[in-house]
Design a protein around this ligand. Structure first.
Ligand code: C2O
Ligand code: CU
Ligand code: CU
Length: 529
């Protein structure tokens, strides 16, 4: 065997080799510690996600005794003036309410309570509402779903200063429907609605098919105003988003007409529930604990053509549905909300109440029930709009949490100028996020959802529609014949934190469809032709 070169002794490493080895060792150590850090970080992150995931849903199913009798908002009193105008008075005021035994909550409302009375008037009637603001902040009163002149609409351009009274007047010119009212001050809508400012406005239509539906207010025709709230230990409402909730304030408990833990005694074979989602951010999927079916007879803007039997109906903030449900003598059944399909990814869904469930209201049927009118088969008669009549298509994309078509709301900018009396097609999408879309002054028809005809419960008159999950919803709407170039109407997401944050735009109705008023000098039209 050849002797090795003396300079090479495997037992004695050359300095370069030593350095290289040391470097390799250091690299390895760095790699190992980086890996360790990554593993720990990954584990911590996974654990954090798991902890978040576990705590991110909420349920009240089975936890309520339904001990409290459902409060029925009183019907607002009115007087009729010599010229036939029906006049209502509403006073916005701060007060204290007790929702839970021994707990007191500072709230706002109308006429001295939480929420407000139910206004009621007939199609064709002229109404005036004198709204007095006794709050210590500016408010407005918006008539959600109402066809009216822009100056009576009560949006952000109609502030009522503390101590002032605002008295809009208009003629009711739409079919029977369950509408509502709530404040709409610039940037403060969520704060005021969350504290209790909202009420129902029922429009009646003499001679309409509603006569075949239960219609004894508070007995078998019952307002069901659903709101989610969380209570702090001192009884106050907690606001602010849940961690990772992009939709706004989500509460862990429900109030119905301001009643916590409620039941309603049913004395008739069938009961009509006028369900209003008056929550600031939460989407519900209403149904019964035994999955019984009910008839959906009306949506936001009035009666459907015919009753639609369903066992679940989804309502996003601002939406309404009138449902008729049959009960058997002596039974109890619970109106529930089961996890709504928000149409978004599982994390976004769970973070925004997509896995939440609630017991809403127990119906307690009396031992003997008064016979109800037979179920109606034909209901709404309002003629449908024809997409061929649309003179214009506009596109509105709700993006992020605070813009539409990339721009946040600017009270000094008009986003669309519409010709009075014309029909338009509006295409709307929410970019895969949790949003809905509401348009003032009009009731629209959903033409299609991603090219498919809408489900029957979305085929009637609507003023608010949930967008999440759809790439394109097309809405057909007819604009009123009362041009006012100076006063804009709003369109916006009805998740109130989004609306307040800027996810809102303005349109004006002018006689010729051309910008006319002072706000229109900087007009940017919606996309499309
Ligand atoms: Cu219910 Cu612009 O609002
Ligand atoms: Cu509205
Ligand atoms: Cu939104």
């Amino acid at each position: 065997p050849q002797p090795r070169p003396s300079s090479y002794d495997p037992a004695v490493k050359h300095p370069n080799v030593l350095v290289r080895t040391w470097r390799r060792g250091r690299l390895a150590r760095v790699a190992v510690s980086a890996l360790a850090v990554a593993i720990v970080a990954g584990t911590v992150a996974t654990a954090a996600v798991a902890v978040w995931w576990r705590g991110a849903d909420t349920s009240t199913i089975g936890t309520l005794s339904f001990a409290n009798e459902l409060h029925i908002p009183p019907l607002a009193r009115s007087t009729v003036e010599a010229d036939g105008t029906r006049v209502f008075d509403l006073t916005a005021r701060a007060t204290t309410a007790s929702f839970k035994p021994g707990m007191y909550t500072d709230v706002l409302g109308y006429d001295g309570g939480y929420l407000g009375p139910t206004l009621r008037a007939e199609r064709g009637e002229r109404v005036r509402v004198r709204v007095r603001n006794e709050l210590d902040e500016v408010t407005t009163t918006h008539w959600h779903g109402m066809r009216l002149p822009a100056e009576a609409d009560g949006g952000p351009h109609a502030p009522i200063e503390p101590g002032e009274t605002w008295a809009p007047s208009w003629t009711i010119d739409q079919p029977a429907a369950t509408l509502w009212y709530h404040p709409h001050p610039h940037g403060r809508t969520e704060a005021q609605v969350h504290r209790g400012m909202a009420g129902m406005f029922i429009v009646d239509e003499p001679g309409a098919a509603t006569g075949s539906l239960p219609d004894d207010y508070g007995v078998d025709d019952v307002p069901v105003i659903v709101q989610d709230r969380s209570f702090a230990a001192d009884g106050s409402f907690r606001d602010g988003g849940r961690f990772l909730a992009t939709s706004g304030t989500l509460g862990r408990e429900l109030l119905v007409n301001g009643t916590w833990n409620p039941h309603h005694v049913v004395t008739t074979e069938r009961v009509r529930l006028r369900v209003l989602n008056a929550s600031t951010a939460r989407v519900y999927e209403f149904g019964f604990d035994d999955d019984r079916s009910f008839d959906v007879v009306a949506t936001d803007g009035g009666l459907l053509d015919r009753p639609v039997p369903l066992d679940r109906i989804r309502l996003s903030p601002g939406e309404r549905a009138e449902v008729v449900v049959a009960v058997r003598p002596g039974e109890r059944t619970v109106l529930r909300s089961t996890p709504p399909d928000l149409g978004v990814d599982p994390f976004t869904g769970r973070g925004n109440g997509g896995d939440d469930s609630f017991d809403v209201l127990e119906l307690r049927a009396a031992a003997e029930l008064t016979p109800a009118p037979p179920p109606a088969t034909r209901l709404g008669t309002e003629p449908a709009l024809d997409p061929a009549d649309a003179v214009r298509t506009r596109r509105f994309s709700l993006d992020g949490d605070s813009t539409i078509n990339g721009r946040p709301m600017d009270p000094a900018r008009v986003d669309a100028t519409v010709r009075a009396g014309s029909v338009e097609l509006w295409e709307v999408d929410a970019g895969g996020q949790v949003h809905n879309f509401h348009v003032h002054d009009v009731q629209f028809q959903v033409v299609d959802v991603d090219g498919e005809p809408p489900p029957p419960e979305l085929a009637g008159w609507k003023d608010t529609v949930y967008l999440g999950g759809a790439d394109r919803i097309r809405l057909l709407m007819w604009f009123g014949d009362q041009p006012d170039p100076d006063t804009p109407f709003m369109f916006h997401c009805h998740l109130l934190a989004h609306e307040d944050g800027g996810m809102m735009g303005q349109f004006v109705v002018t006689a010729d469809g051309r910008p006319g008023g002072p706000l229109s000098t900087d007009a940017h039209e919606g996309h499309g032709t």
